[in-house]
Design a protein around this ligand. Structure first.
Ligand code: 5GP
Ligand code: ZN
Length: 110
């Protein structure tokens, strides 16, 4: 399958890994929108949140918690975003959650 993030998971395309476990991978976004900008994704390919089962959703949220603590975001806070489909401006069709922090983010949500 011609999926950019599957290639990163397979190690065919390099990335800066932040955290990995059996079901999830977290790495730094190549075009960061904040001092900390990490992508959290399931190792199993699925297009977006609509395809996630409960076990996957739970594993992803646990990794979001882990990344937030590891990156020092727990005290001052952070934002999680998962763009879904056309109106959500999803550009890579492998489910991923953006973890953004390390500065005061704006109040804009869209
Ligand atoms: P989306 O727009 O689908 O929500 O987010 C895709 C994200 O993937 C973007 O923030 C973009 O910067 C990031 N991205 C695209 N290609 C690569 C890549 O090759 N490596 C990494 N680390 N991030 C990427
Ligand atoms: Zn994929």
């Amino acid at each position: 399958m011609d999926c950019l993030f599957c290639k990163i998971i397979a190690g065919e395309i390099p990335s800066t890994k932040v955290y990995e476990d059996e079901h999830t991978l977290a790495f730094r976004d190549i075009n960061p929108q904040a001092p900390v900008h990490v992508l959290v994704l399931p190792k199993k390919h699925m297009a977006n949140l609509l395809e996630a089962d409960g076990e996957t959703a739970g594993a992803l949220l646990r990794t979001v918690q882990q990344v937030a603590k590891q990156e020092g975001l727990a005290q001052d806070g952070f934002r999680v975003v998962s763009n879904c489909g056309k109106n959500g401006c999803q550009s890579v069709e492998h489910l991923h959650i953006h973890v953004l922090g390390g500065k005061q983010l704006t109040g804009e949500m869209g």
